[in-house]
Design a protein around this ligand. Structure first.
Ligand code: PMP
Length: 307
């Protein structure tokens, strides 16, 4: 089984999809990507693409900002992703990576007057954060970029230098993940995840104004906490010291799902074990991610592989 791509208007094995080395977006980060999970349900023999439509709304929002005009509609993009998942032949969790990018082979820092293209890769997803032991985080010495520098509400590829610096610093210092603060010292998010804490039974997460990516897992968690556990989420700025006070902390994202944080800056979170609210949300979310709960069918695109 090998990764499959939709590239230059065709479906092909990833190994056949080649790109010119002068491609403008490779040099200047002028592209936007998505990350869509296809969770394989071995009992039902189907994939559940989680929040497929939302992912393409976010991608098209970034395309507006980056002046990327494409000959594909939102519906085309969703349909191409579904077809690619089917063609790939996988029978395990997959990850769809769409990329809309400045495809001109040209030197020059700009976003106007360039050709654009769109590709999708379907591959498997290596485990992102190990949730068997819980995640050990540090507060990064790198600050989260501000929306006035590069738009933070969409996944512009250039932005991820910020995340990559923070992640590698964390790993090289012996942690699993970095938590980035805003310029004014509020907790923003992980390198590729949103963050939640629980203080005295209140679920708290940083607001849009603290330069977070508005994650769909974050959104799902807030809705599940309310509907299934009767717990409201307070969206407010969080200070660094509150991370040390929290009884629970977890990270959310497409690659991660819900990962319990057991230690921050070498201080245990709560009793250093998975918290009660976190554990309940993880359990509920595992079912949702497979598309098994009809109450949340708006979030699912169920794909049955062709035989
Ligand atoms: N923040 C960043 C920087 C991310 O890259 C991601 C992953 N897309 C998230 C948060 C979580 O977003 P989502 O739940 O939509 O995957």
């Amino acid at each position: 089984m090998e990764p499959y791509a939709f590239y230059k208007g065709d479906f092909m094995p990833l190994s056949e999809a080649k790109m010119g080395i002068l491609t403008q977006s490779l040099h200047y980060g002028t592209a936007t990507f998505g990350g869509i999970r296809g969770n394989w349900d071995s009992e039902q023999e189907r994939f559940c693409l989680f929040r497929l439509q939302d992912h393409y709304n976010r991608l098209l929002f970034a395309c507006r900002i980056l002046k990327i005009d494409l000959p594909y509609s939102h519906q085309d993009m969703c349909q191409l992703t579904i077809e690619l998942v089917k063609k790939s032949g996988y029978r395990q969790n997959v990850y769809a990576r769409p990329l809309a990018y400045k495809s001109s082979e040209a030197i020059g820092v700009k976003i106007h007057g360039l050709e654009n293209d769109f590709l999708i890769i379907v591959t498997t997803l290596p485990p992102y954060l190990d949730t068997s032991q819980g995640v050990r985080c540090c507060v990064s010495s790198w600050r989260r970029i501000d929306d006035s520098m590069i738009p933070t509400k969409c996944k512009v590829t250039g932005t991820y230098v910020n995340s990559a610096l923070a992640k590698t610093e964390a790993i090289e210092n012996g942690f699993d993940e970095a938590i980035l603060l805003t310029q004014d010292g509020h907790v923003s998010e992980g390198s590729g995840e949103n963050i939640f804490i629980v203080i005295n039974g209140t679920l708290i997460t940083p607001p849009a104004s603290d330069n977070i990516l508005m994650g769909f897992t974050r959104d799902a968690v807030m809705k599940l906490a309310k509907n299934e556990l009767g717990v409201d989420t307070v969206e407010r700025s969080v200070s660094r010291s509150e991370l040390y006070l929290a009884q629970e902390c977890f990270l959310t994202g497409t690659a991660t799902s819900i990962a319990q944080v057991v230690e921050i800056d070498r201080r245990p979170v709560g009793n250093g074990k998975t918290g009660k609210i976190t554990a309940k949300l993880q359990e509920i979310f595992a079912d949702i991610a497979l598309g098994r709960n009809p109450r949340y069918s708006d979030w699912y695109t169920l794909v049955y592989p062709t035989q």
